[in-house]
Write a protein that binds this ligand. Structure first.
Ligand SMILES: NC(=O)c1ccc[n+]([C@@H]2O[C@H](COP(=O)([O-])OP(=O)(O)OC[C@H]3O[C@@H](n4cnc5c(N)ncnc54)[C@H](OP(=O)(O)O)[C@@H]3O)[C@@H](O)[C@H]2O)c1
Length: 333
């Protein structure tokens, strides 16, 4: 079997999960190199990885580069992805910098695996909130079409990286010690402990946040259908891992509850809780690969409209696992 030299860039919440997933899935690894801004040894589940400082020359023997080194002008992908591609590597990027570029395929393997054939060296991994949404709705979309999606997300702090996780621990410990949750001091970042914050990312067009717009544009790109009317409210909640979503959707074709139940039961990557009073929770999804859905109900007042509850591990299917699944597609093609 052919082996691939892999580089993992970034050893934060996603990068560490990537190291786990590569090992757990028995990825056909040749040499594995790990890069970040600063060199050190790290321990992941009892295995030591030597992290090297990234440089433009880091990718000379790399076949596949899995980027999880933050976004924006100081992030690893903007600084080094071009160089990695030039050196012959195929880059799979977790951040939002390239997701909507027309020459960059955006892939969720359960939804659009064929898109891998069109890459020009760079493939983007969608946002965590979008990934679980499209996995949950994929088969419903393919069989009945989707007219509209209204999403409310309840997102874990690990989605904002390791600093946000540390902040939640500190705030929680402080609140428990003092038996008091002080309100946000003027001018400072909102506290996430014992709170729910309806802002993820910056405010953009029509006062929707960047996170909310990601769910719209990325879903349109993944389904190759910008006619779906999508509107989201994304909320940060004091959960460490796994995003929860309340998904309301209207199908194009006429459909009954039983048909939606059947489709969800057969959907790839989905575990469907058929009993509406037995539902999956964020803690159930932590460390798991699947997208869990439950509490399916029809809208009593509107035809072809339904509610779903959906949870998934944002660090695994929402990021690291999906990226490694894309790498597996690359190896097969
Ligand atoms: N967390 C999620 O649920 C999630 C889901 C989907 C996508 N993503 C995306 O995945 C990426 C990583 O997220 P994360 O949560 O793992 O972040 P994180 O916990 O903050 O970790 C960031 C890592 O990136 C490294 N890094 C930052 N800038 C770098 C640069 N210029 N060159 C090399 N390494 C650099 C850091 O290096 P040092 O350790 O040396 O500082 C750190 O190891 C982000 O783009 C994020 O938007 C995250």
């Amino acid at each position: 079997m052919k082996k691939y030299n892999v580089a993992v860039i970034g050893v934060g919440m996603v990068g560490i999960e990537m190291l786990r997933v590569l090992k757990q899935r028995n990825f056909p690894l040749g040499e594995l190199q790990v890069f970040a801004r600063s060199a050190r040894d790290i321990d992941v589940d009892g295995q030591t990885y030597s992290v090297k400082t990234i440089t433009p020359e880091s990718f000379e023997d790399t076949d596949i580069a899995l980027f999880a080194g933050t976004e924006g002008e100081k992030g690893a992908s903007v600084l080094y992805a071009k160089q990695a591609i030039k050196s012959g590597a195929i880059v799979i990027d977790n951040g939002a910098d390239f997701r909507l570029r027309s020459d960059v395929p955006l892939i969720v393997p359960e939804v659009n695996p064929q898109a891998v054939k069109s890459h020009k060296g760079l493939i983007a991994n969608p946002n965590c909130t979008t990934i679980q949404l499209v996995v949950a709705l994929n088969e419903i979309y393919k069989r009945f079409g989707l007219e509209q999606i209204i999403l409310t997300s309840f997102q874990a702090v690990s989605g904002a990286g390791k600093k946000a996780v540390e902040q939640l621990w500190e705030e929680t410990e402080e609140a428990i010690r003092s038996k008091h949750c002080p309100p946000k001091p003027a001018g400072r970042r909102q506290k996430s402990a014992f709170n729910a914050i309806p802002q993820i990312g910056d405010f953009g067009e029509y006062n929707y946040t960047t996170e909310e717009w990601k769910t719209v544009h990325e879903t349109h790109k993944l389904f190759e259908d910008s006619s779906i009317k999508i509107s989201s409210t994304c909320v940060r909640v004091p959960v460490f891992v796994s995003h929860s979503e309340a998904i309301y959707f209207r199908t194009k074709k006429g459909v009954c509850l039983k048909e939606i139940e059947e489709v969800l039961g057969e959907s790839e990557g989905v575990v469907f809780f058929k009993d509406p009073q037995d539902f999956p929770l964020a803690l159930d999804a932590q460390g798991r690969d699947e997208v869990f859905v439950g509490r399916l109900r029809e809208d009593h007042f509107n035809k072809n409209c339904f509610w779903l509850w959906c949870v998934s591990d944002n660090l695994r299917k929402g990021a690291a696992l999906n990226a490694v699944q894309i790498a597996e597609l690359v190896c097969q093609n």
